[in-house]
Design a protein around this ligand. Structure first.
Ligand SMILES: Nc1nc2c(c(=O)[nH]1)N[C@H]1C(S)=C(S)[C@@H](COP(=O)(O)OP(=O)(O)OC[C@H]3O[C@@H](n4cnc5c(N)ncnc54)[C@H](O)[C@@H]3O)O[C@H]1N2
Ligand code: MOO
Ligand code: MG
Length: 421
């Protein structure tokens, strides 16, 4: 008799999975390799930035009080006592009506408290030295980039779990992080199951299809920030699959299979979980696609039995496996970011289950708009290419009309959300 499965709600299913989340751990990588990784520690300022007052312009460092009275008609004359570029430090102290010719980035000389831009001065070479004239009053502190104006020593600038973007790379370098504490990438083991599967390089044969899930999931795993250990594809043969899965689990943090989780005669994952002694957390979720997504735990390690149907497989990964990966990457917002957008197309399909529709989310006139990125069936591959989001269409409705506000989960965003529902 065919097994009857009781679907659970998506929020409950995600919660069950998250009970087995694991803490992230740290590894140190060279700053050359830290772009695109996730910080495993708060990024703190190790010094003030800049750590000395400096000139933001090419010009002259002066005492502002000496410019008092300077005007177009009555320029004030300064003696130029030194000349410094960025990286140089003057050993002179500026006295009354003295100036140091200074370039952008150079440290302000002792005694100076303003910079006059080069364009606002006039130079004069005289027998007894170099001079320049200022025709405008300058205030104390004018044109100075002050110590600590960018960052103060000890400040927490970026939180643990943040994706390292080019700006954070600049910060890391500024603060002397030659090696960077990043979250170790979880290792995600992957097997594709299915006797029908051909390798990518194989010619098509009757009844067979090329295995696309492995390549799709591998990319999703990497997009989530983890590392894939791809073990290959398996035929629908119980013993072969059982042995392969049993042998693979030990060496990975998270284990994913695609296919073989439904109620078909050759869907062996349920029996494999049973023989392994794994506890099945759920094997039916009230979502479309991905209703057959099955998650089990073995000694605390999560085994994701994703559907063989490509779109169901894709959605199952994003809803259940991604947040676990992000948790291991030290994120406190491991779920997909949720926003509201205007639906740009009618979606008449009614369904008792909540739908996650592969969608294209764009901005038009400053507003988010969303439209399905192709056919909405779980066996469909082509709608995945244009999908940068999943539109959430709650179950139990009669369908949706253009112009309605809907919620969308953003697939390519690094901010995340602490809880999606
Ligand atoms: N009697 C029922 N039949 C089905 C049910 C059900 O509730 N009762 N659920 C349907 C739903 S919904 C889905 S989704 C699929 C899930 O099937 P499985 O997860 O068991 O996956 P398979 O049967 O192995 O394959 C399904 C489909 O996907 C193709 N596939 C598999 N692997 C790959 C791959 N690596 N690359 C590309 N395509 C792949 C496979 O050839 C099948 O066409 O079950 C429904 N049936
Ligand atoms: O629910 Mo299946 O897992 O739609 O496509
Ligand atoms: Mg099946």
């Amino acid at each position: 008799m065919v097994e009857r499965r009781t679907p659970i709600q998506i929020g409950e299913a995600v919660k069950k999975v998250m009970e087995y989340k694991l803490e992230g751990s740290t590894e140190f990588v060279s700053i050359n390799d830290s772009y695109g990784r996730f910080l495993s520690d708060d990024l703190k300022a190790t010094s003030d930035v800049p750590h000395f007052d400096r000139a933001p312009y090419d010009g002259y460092a002066v005492r502002s009080e000496d410019t008092r009275g300077a005007a177009q008609t009555s320029p004030v004359k300064f003696e130029v006592i030194d000349h410094i570029g960025a990286g140089m430090v003057s050993d002179k102290t500026i006295g009354p009506f003295q100036a140091v010719r200074i370039m952008t980035g150079a440290q302000m000389p002792e005694g100076s408290d303003a910079v006059v831009m080069l364009e606002l001065t006039k130079e004069a070479e005289e027998a007894d030295g170099k001079f320049m004239f200022v025709k405008r009053v300058h205030q104390k502190g004018e044109n100075i980039s002050f110590r600590g104006e960018d960052a103060k020593e000890g400040e927490v600038l970026v939180k643990k779990g943040t994706f390292i973007n080019p700006g954070i790379q600049a910060m890391l370098a500024t603060f002397g992080y030659a090696t960077v504490p990043v979250a170790r990438k979880p290792i995600v083991g992957l097997y594709a199951t299915g006797t029908e599967l051909l390798e990518v390089g194989d010619p098509l044969e009757p009844g067979k299809i090329r295995n696309s899930n492995s390549y799709m999931i591998s990319a999703q795993v990497q997009r989530a920030g983890a590392e894939v250990r791809y073990f290959g594809q398996l035929p629908d043969d119980f013993e072969t699959c059982y042995e392969a899965v049993r042998a693979a689990i030990g060496g990975v943090d998270i284990f994913i299979t695609t296919g073989g989780v439904s109620v078909g005669d050759f869907d062996y994952l349920p029996q494999i979980y049973e023989k392994l002694g794994a506890e099945v957390l759920f094997n039916k979720v009230a979502v479309r696609p991905g209703s057959v997504t099955t998650v089990a735990q073995l000694h605390g390690k999560l085994l994701f039995g994703l559907s063989g149907n490509p779109s169901a497989c894709y959605v199952g990964f994003e809803l259940f496996a991604r947040p676990i990966i992000r948790t291991m990457l030290c994120s406190d917002k491991p779920h997909l970011r949720k926003e509201r957008a205007r639906l740009e197309a009618d979606f008449p399909k009614a369904n008792p289950f909540t739908r996650f529709v592969r969608s294209a989310l764009t901005i038009q006139d400053g507003k988010l708009i969303v439209t399905p990125s192709g056919l909405d069936k779980s066996n469909i591959i082509m709608s995945l290419a244009g999908a940068n989001s999943l539109m959430i269409l709650p179950g139990g409705t009669r369908g949706f009309e253009r112009g309605m506000k809907v919620e969308v989960l953003m697939l390519e965003d690094q901010t995340g959300s602490d809880w999606p529902w």
